[in-house]
Design a binder for this molecule. Structure first.
Ligand code: KDG
Ligand code: MG
Length: 402
C-alpha cells in the first residue's frame, strides 16, 4: 500500500480547523486534526511545503518510521507548529491502519480498559451567581465533573467566561483583543466561588478550575491552599510551565491536585514534572503532542509516576481530535478524565462522527479507525477567517500571560 495524495482542508464552520487527509492507492484514506488556534496557517504551510512531499509513495502502515522521519529527519525538533503538523499526519495514519484492519483504534492500541470516558464540562458565568446556575445546568445534563470559571469584579473580561455558555470560544476575528488582568482580584474571588459551589451542591460532583498560566509559584501555592477545603479534582495551569522547577514550590505547599500541559508538545516538556512527581494530571493532546505515537509515550512515562491523563479537549480542536482522543482514553491504563467542550451543530455537521455522550461519559464508536470524517463539500462553504486569542495586560499596561 502506498500514499498517493495528501491534502489539508482549512474550514471555518464558526471557527477555524485544520484537517489532514491522506489517501492511498487502495482507496483507504485517513483523517487527522492539526489545528493550532491562532496560528493555523503556519501549520498548513509546514504540512504542504515540508511534510507532504516526503510522504508520497511511502507505506502508510509504517507509522513509527514515518513519525521518526518527520521528527528526527527534520533536524529541527519540537515546537507547537512542527508537532501539530506531525500530530495531524500521525492521527490520519492511525485512522488508515484501523480501517485496513477493520478495527476501532482502541483495539489497535491494546483494547478497552473502560466502557466510557468520564468528561468534564466548562461551566462559566459573569459572576458567582451565574456560574452556580451554569454548574446546575451541567449537573442536570448528567455531568459527573464540571470545571467552573467565573468573572471577577473589577476585571472586565476574563479567560473562560463567554456569552455562549455551551460553546466556549476563546478566539476573536481580526487582531488580538486586549484584556486586563489583576492576579490579586482573581485570587480574592476564586475561593469564594468554590465555597458557594460546595455549599450549594455538596461534594458529590468533581469540581475543577483553570488558572490559565497566570500565577507565580508562590501565588499558585497560596491559591492551592485556599482551595483545599473544596476538594478540587484539579487546579489547572497555575503557572506557565516552561520552568518545570516552579512546580516544586507549589507542590510543597498544597495538596490540591495539579494539572498542566495543554500547551506542551513533547515528552521533554513533562519529564521532570513526572519524575519528581510534581503534578497529578497531564493535559497534552494527541494533536499538539505529535499524534497518538508520541502522546502514547508521554502517557506511558506518566504512568510510572502515578500521573494520569486529562486531555485538553477545547472547542478549538476539531471533532477529529476528540474522536482520536476518545479511542486513546478508552485504552490508556492511566486515564484520569477528558475535557469536553462541545462543538456547535455547524461544526458537527462538517465532521460526522460516531462518538456519543451519556450521563457524564463520552463513548468512542466502533467504526474502524477513529470514526470521524470530514464533509469536504460542506467544509468548502466556510472559508478561513483570521482570528486570534486575546492578550492580557496588567492594570498598569504591562503585557502579561493570557
Ligand atoms: O486555544 C486555547 C484554548 O484551547 C485554551 O485557552 C482553552 O485553557 C483552555 C482549556 O483548558 O480548554
Ligand atoms: Mg486550560
Amino acid at each position: 500500500m502506498k500514499i498517493i495524495n495528501c491534502k489539508v482542508i482549512v474550514t471555518c464552520p464558526g471557527r477555524n480547523f485544520v484537517t489532514v487527509k491522506i489517501e492511498t492507492d487502495e482507496g483507504v484514506y485517513g483523517i487527522g486534526d492539526a489545528t493550532l488556534n491562532g496560528r493555523e496557517l503556519a501549520v498548513v504551510s509546514y504540512l504542504e511545503d515540508h511534510l507532504f512531499p516526503c510522504l508520497i509513495g511511502r507505506d502508510p502502515q509504517q507509522i513509527e518510521d514515518i513519525w521518526q522521519y518527520m521528527y528526527r529527519g527534520a533536524y529541527w525538533r519540537r515546537g507547537p507548529v512542527t508537532m501539530a503538523a506531525i500530530g495531524g499526519i500521525d492521527i490520519a495514519l492511525w485512522d488508515i491502519k484501523g480501517k485496513i484492519a477493520g478495527l476501532p483504534l482502541y483495539e489497535l492500541l491494546g483494547g478497552r480498559s473502560r466502557d466510557g470516558v468520564m468528561v468534564y464540562g466548562h461551566a462559566n458565568g459573569v459572576d458567582i451567581e451565574e456560574t452556580v446556575d451554569e454548574v446546575a445546568k451541567y449537573i442536570d445534563l448528567g455531568y459527573k465533573a464540571i470545571r467552573a470559571q467565573s468573572g471577577v469584579p473589577g476585571i472586565p473580561s476574563i479567560y473562560g467566561v463567554t456569552e455562549d455558555k455551551m460553546f466556549y470560544e476563546p478566539a476573536d476575528e481580526g487582531l488580538p483583543a486586549e484584556n486586563v488582568w489583576s492576579t490579586e482580584k482573581y485570587m480574592n474571588h476564586t475561593p469564594k466561588l468554590f465555597e458557594k459551589l460546595r455549599e450549594k451542591f455538596g461534594f458529590e460532583h468533581h469540581l475543577l478550575h483553570d488558572a490559565h498560566h497566570r500565577l507565580t509559584p508562590i501565588q499558585a501555592a497560596r491559591l492551592g491552599k485556599d482551595l483545599e477545603p473544596y476538594r478540587l479534582f484539579w487546579l489547572e495551569d497555575v503557572v506557565p510551565a516552561e520552568n518545570q522547577e516552579n512546580f516544586r514550590w507549589i507542590r510543597q505547599h498544597t495538596t490540591t491536585p495539579l494539572a498542566v500541559g495543554e500547551v506542551f508538545n513533547s515528552i521533554h516538556d513533562c519529564q521532570q514534572l513526572f519524575s519528581e512527581q510534581l503534578i497529578d494530571y497531564i493535559r497534552a493532546t494527541v494533536v499538539h503532542a505529535g499524534g497518538i505515537t508520541h502522546f502514547r509515550r508521554i502517557a506511558n512515562l506518566a504512568d510510572l509516576y502515578n500521573v494520569r491523563t486529562g486531555c485538553h479537549g477545547p472547542t478549538d480542536l476539531s471533532p477529529v481530535c476528540m474522536g482520536a482522543a476518545l479511542h486513546f482514553d478508552t485504552w490508556v491504563p492511566n486515564f484520569g478524565i477528558q475535557e469536553y467542550m462541545r462543538h456547535t451543530e455547524q461544526t458537527d455537521e462538517v465532521f460526522p462522527h460516531d462518538y456519543s455522550f451519556k450521563d457524564g461519559y463520552l463513548y468512542a464508536g466502533s467504526a474502524p479507525g477513529h470514526g470521524v470524517d470530514i464533509d469536504e463539500k460542506l467544509a468548502a462553504r466556510y472559508p478561513y477567517k483570521r482570528a486570534y486569542l486575546p492578550v492580557n495586560r496588567l492594570e498598569d499596561g504591562t503585557l502579561y500571560n493570557w
